[in-house]
Ligand binder design. Structure first.
Ligand code: GTP
Length: 600
């Protein structure tokens, strides 16, 4: 296929707007997967895998399609949908020339629709807006098309209407892709140059990398070089995803396909990297920066004997996810563990869940924290990923020039009646409202700058509850700003507990300090002696609470004979035991480490 008969596109959408369903319909239409019950199984299998975080890739596939008597090779490139992965979204977008912007006609434009549109627009891609779910009785296609017109300046009457579920209008999608999206440019005569935009680990073949071939061609046996690491590899196999890997003799300019070579782990395959052939150097493709961890958490085994097993599990999990950063960490309170860095909180939750479910790990996780920067008067700067490492009052006064924290540029979309609560939500999280506009008669879009630290806590939950589920939210990184930060310490019976330390803005010290002490009192179970809890900032105590000593028998209060209640209580106690860590004589449950996350 010459480039003029190739189209590379992706589908971008807000979560649940029907991206996977549309992809499935297109793959059926082109016979890549069939419509019979058997295929359903294929899809189900993919879905399960996707839930386990493996196949976010399985939806990248090549299709053959005839249009106006010409045969086309059409590559659908999967993009991760969630904001945590926006760097990877923009890399996947760099592998295509156009994108379908899919919008649920019943829900209308949501924050992720807007964020994804701008990513695509920024990449210079042709955007084809499509309204999905027009079969729903609650669908409002005209209104949604108008929103698209006002938000993105795309004429409402050019917007396709489809139902990915029933198949209505699906026939128009690929013709539109062929007509509107330009073919890839590049030349077969130039030296081979490819963009690596996705990668995963297969236990039989090893690392598989998806690449977009920008110039030239590549085949088995070629020696290729990573621009980022300058490492040389020998190509073992090339092919296309159909939807499973299918070997071909070569991959040529304009195509998108997979390459396997002698890479040992996915940490060698950097999304965004440029590859070229040995002795045929090329210029790097633009914009490669390694994915940055924005949320850090400490992970510790409940039982120190499990350290080695946990170490192995973490290594295995990161084999397939090179965007998790791993450093060993030692805490006076919790012992040996790791400090893991994630792209965002969803990324962190998925990792934790897999660690617990797939590897049966019993771990204690500290509250998520963002990377702070401390600038010293001698001109040096350090990144703080562990709150306990943040300078205390003395060092601050004597050596520190300023402290900085990361910000995000956020987009919120919600019905007009929630304007008050939404603006309030932003300002109470130290947000700076940049503007608010109406995207139709009754929907508002707010742009605001927020400290990242404030959104890794409970911002999203509050947004959902205060807008009764109608608000949506997305963000992108917004750089660092100077900020008046303070370390909050927690002392139990006079001893500081490093793993409970937190960094916060000075304006939050009093409220959060009180709240932390109050919540700790709630979650620390009574023991055979009094436990004094203190929170302190800059060496000054902010709040005190006491957990009074305990009577000995948990079941003593149960009325005799009620066995089920007694069992329930005992089981509850057992549950509780699972996630306890002894600090001195005090037992700290998992919840204690998350007390700083929730704001009053
Ligand atoms: P994520 O992968 O979670 O981001 O979701 P997605 O955007 O891929 O959405 P998915 O295809 O999983 O669809 C979400 C839900 O919408 C599913 O329950 C689909 O069955 C449903 N859905 C998708 N398209 C249509 C449609 O055209 N009409 C109706 N009524 N439902 C649809």
């Amino acid at each position: 296929y010459p480039p003029e008969r190739i189209r590379n596109f992706s589908i971008i959408a807000h979560i649940d707007h029907g991206k996977s369903t549309l992809a499935d319909r297109l793959l059926e239409l082109t016979g890549v997967i069939s419509k019979t019950g058997k295929n359903k199984q294929v899809l189900d299998k993919l879905k399960v895998e996707r839930e386990r975080g493996i196949t976010v890739k399985a939806q990248s596939a090549s299709m053959f399609y005839e249009h106006n008597g010409q045969k086309y090779l059409i590559n659908l490139i999967d993009t991760p949908g969630h904001v945590d992965f926006s760097y990877e979204v923009s890399r996947s977008l760099a592998a295509c020339q156009g994108t379908i912007l899919l919008v649920d006609a019943a829900q209308g434009i949501q924050a992720q629709t807007v964020a994804n549109f701008y990513l695509a627009f920024g990449e210079g891609l042709e955007v084809i807006p499509i309204l999905n779910k027009v079969d729903l009785p609650t669908a409002e296609p005209e209104r949604t098309a108008k929103q698209i017109e006002s938000a993105f300046e795309i004429e409402a009457n050019t917007v396709l209407h489809v139902s990915a579920k029933s198949g209505l209008g699906i026939d128009h999608v690929l013709p539109s892709v062929i007509e509107k999206i330009p073919p890839p440019n590049g030349s077969i005569d130039k030296p081979f140059k490819a963009l690596l935009f996705d990668t995963w680990y297969d236990k039989y073949v090893g690392v598989i990398s998806l690449m977009a071939i920008k110039d030239g061609s590549v085949k088995k046996g070629d020696r290729i070089v990573s621009m980022y690491s300058n490492t040389k590899y020998e190509v073992a196999e090339v092919g296309i995803m159909h939807p499973e890997p299918m070997a071909t003799t070569s991959l040529q300019v304009g195509q998108v396909g997979y390459i396997t070579c002698n890479m040992r782990s996915v940490s060698e395959a950097h999304v965004g990297d440029t590859f070229y052939k040995e002795k045929e150097p090329v210029e790097a493709l633009p914009g490669f920066v390694p994915a940055k961890s924005m949320v850090f958490s400490g992970v510790f085994p409940i039982d120190a004997d499990e350290f080695d097993r946990l170490d192995e599990s973490i290594q295995k999990l990161t084999l397939n996810d090179s965007s998790v950063s791993v450093h060993k960490e030692t805490s006076a309170a919790l012992g040996q563990g790791w400090r893991l860095g994630f792209l965002g909180t969803l990324h962190m939750d998925v990792f934790r869940q897999r660690l617990e479910e797939e590897y049966n790990a019993n771990v204690l996780i500290t509250a998520p924290t963002v990377p702070y920067q401390v600038k010293y008067r001698d001109g040096s700067t350090t990144f703080i990923r562990t709150p306990a490492d943040f300078p205390g009052a003395g060092t601050m006064q004597d050596f520190v020039e300023c402290t900085m924290e990361p910000y995000v540029s956020a987009t919120l979309i919600f019905p007009e009646q929630y304007l008050g609560p939404m603006l309030d939500l932003c300002t109470t999280h130290r947000g700076e409202i940049q503007n608010h506009t109406f995207i139709d008669e009754s929907r508002v879009m707010v742009k605001c700058r927020l400290p990242m630290a404030d959104i890794v806590t409970d911002f999203f939950d509050k947004l959902k509850s205060r807008s009764q589920g109608f608000g949506s939210f997305d963000y992108e990184e917004g750089g660092y700003d100077t900020s008046d930060l303070v370390k909050m310490e927690v002392l139990l019976n006079g001893e500081p507990v490093d793993a409970l330390a937190a960094v916060m803005h000075r304006s939050n010290v009093v409220n959060t300090g009180r709240e932390m002490a109050r919540r700790l009192k709630e979650v620390i179970r009574r023991q055979l002696f009094d436990i004094n809890i203190q929170t302190a900032a800059n060496g000054k105590v902010v709040a005190r609470e006491t957990v009074k000593q305990l009577r000995k028998n948990v079941t003593a209060r149960c009325y005799g004979g009620d066995v089920t209640r007694k069992m329930k209580l005992l089981n509850k106690q057992k549950e509780g035991k699972k996630r306890m860590k002894k600090f001195g004589k005090v037992e700290l449950p998992q919840e204690a480490f998350l007390t700083i996350m929730a704001k009053s």
